[in-house]
Design a protein around this ligand. Structure first.
Ligand code: 5AD
Ligand code: SF4
Length: 444
């Protein structure tokens, strides 16, 4: 066992989605068991781990340029170890080490439980590469504790991978087939988190509402059952889940939004486009009308639900009329927030081979959509002013004397208040709305 004074220093940089945030945490924990402590800058590190994302834009190029930027650091300190994890690691594999010899380790999202053995090789001066999709469940091989988790809100990966094969998306290739973790392990992990002071858990999965994990007494649990059982844990006050597919929004999950008080009134439910022609080309297997009817049903269960979504503009073949249909859909839903992206061809996905929309045209559409979404976001936030909301305080604010937390609706809320409230839920009156946050006043 290494003495404390000799602790090796690990710097982790996370790109992309919340699942990567969760994975980074677990990788840091795994390496923690090998004597690595986390530091906040690459300069202070003995080992740098880049946990990459491949979903959009020039992911591989971005990785190579970030690695290029690490080269002087490596030149100055040749014993520095550099690892690449995540979806670009999965997609590029050994190519990364061929192009960037400063890289010692490449590990895909499904094999990071094997990091200890890989690190031993790296520490011996060898390189290590593992981008398999192994039979065993990596979660079963990771350390049990959640030592690196800080703060009262935590992520919990319940499901990984995707079988939907939307024609634009790289996830089914980088994360593999859909797999759900056994319910009992999730309940145990959630209880551990709560014992460490966690009050809010966000269940994660690329297709989280398709969750169908083995239940403790045999049979299968869907996401609604899992949410309801988690809601029984004393001390756990808030449950969220992300990201969902409209076609997996089952009746029992919709019902849970109406009658499970701990399930928060915020739902991220991407539709991607409002044009049926484009939805078909995207292989989404639902129409715009299906989505709108689904939203009506969820809102009937939970009228104050704040909705969020993802949109892609400039998908191959998207005409001006298709794009107008997307704007119409956004107008009829009224989103509390939404993420819109310009289509980015992902190598190996079907849509990448198709004729691309003119880039300037796609840019203009993106700006129009974002302007509409920003208006809706502003209106939703403005609608909170004057309301009394429950806020879970997570950290100190940027200004002295300020603390920051999240409302049930996932809005960031700043108030003047004591740090002793961090980790607690308190009632707040919303007094103002800024671009990306709300200002509140603590109620007695
Ligand atoms: N181009 C642009 N956006 C994409 N997304 C996924 N793949 C692509 C792509 N190739 C978006 C989708 C998805 C979100 C996570 O990223 O909107 O819901
Ligand atoms: Fe990608 Fe989501 Fe479609 Fe799966 S459902 S292919 S993760 S966009």
């Amino acid at each position: 066992m290494r003495a404390m004074t000799e602790a090796k220093k690990l710097y982790v940089k996370t790109y992309g989605c919340q699942m990567n945030v969760y994975d980074s945490e677990r990788m840091a924990e795994t390496l923690g068991a090998q004597g690595y402590v986390q530091v906040d800058t690459p300069e202070a590190a003995d080992m740098i781990l880049l946990n990459t994302c491949h979903i959009r834009e020039k992911a591989a190029e971005k990785l190579y340029s970030d690695l290029g930027r690490l080269r002087p650091l490596h030149d100055a300190k040749p014993e520095l170890k550099i690892g690449v994890a995540g979806c670009v690691a999965q997609a590029e594999g050994g190519e990364i080490m061929r192009r960037m010899p400063i890289v010692d380790l490449v590990v895909g999202p499904q094999t990071y439980h094997r990091l200890p053995a890989m690190m031993e090789a790296v520490e011996r001066g060898e390189t290590a590469l593992d981008t398999e999709f192994p039979e065993e469940d990596k979660f079963a091989h990771l350390p049990k504790g959640r030592g690196t988790n800080r703060g009262p809100a935590a992520f919990l990966t319940v499901q990984e991978g995707c079988d939907k094969f939307c024609s634009f998306c790289v996830v089914p290739y980088t994360r593999g087939a859909e797999v759900s973790r056994p319910a009992e392990r999730l309940l145990r992990e959630a209880r551990d988190l709560v014992e460490r002071g966690v009050r809010e858990i966000t269940l994660l999965g690329q297709n989280v509402n398709a969750y169908h994990g083995p239940g403790p007494q045999g049979g299968e649990w869907g996401l609604a059952r899992l949410v309801r059982e988690l809601a029984e844990i004393d001390g756990l006050d808030r449950i969220r889940y992300t990201t969902s597919h409209p076609n997996d929004m089952e009746d029992d999950l919709i019902a849970a939004h109406g009658d499970c008080a701990k399930l928060m009134p915020y739902l991220h439910l991407p539709v991607q486009s409002g044009s049926d022609r484009i939805l078909k080309a995207m292989n989404r297997k639902h129409t715009a009308e299906c989505y709108l009817r689904l939203i009506e049903r969820i809102r009937a269960a939970r009228p104050d639900l704040v909705l969020s979504g993802d949109f892609i503009v400039g998908f191959p073949g998207e005409t001006a009329a298709d794009f107008e249909a997307t704007l119409d859909l956004v107008r009829s839903v009224g989103y509390g927030s939404a993420y819109s992206f310009k289509y980015s061809p992902r190598p190996g996905t079907p849509a990448a081979e198709r004729e691309q929309v003119d880039a300037a045209e796609a840019d203009e559409r993106l700006q129009r959509l974002q302007a509409l979404v920003t208006d809706q976001q502003r209106a939703t936030q403005q609608g909170m002013v004057g309301r009394r909301l429950q806020v879970l305080f997570e950290k100190s604010g940027r200004m002295a004397g300020q603390i920051t937390g999240k409302s049930d609706y996932l809005h960031a809320v700043h108030v003047d208040g004591p740090e002793s409230l961090l980790g607690d839920i308190a009632a707040v009156e919303i007094v103002g709305s800024n671009t990306n946050s709300l200002a509140g006043r603590l109620l007695a």
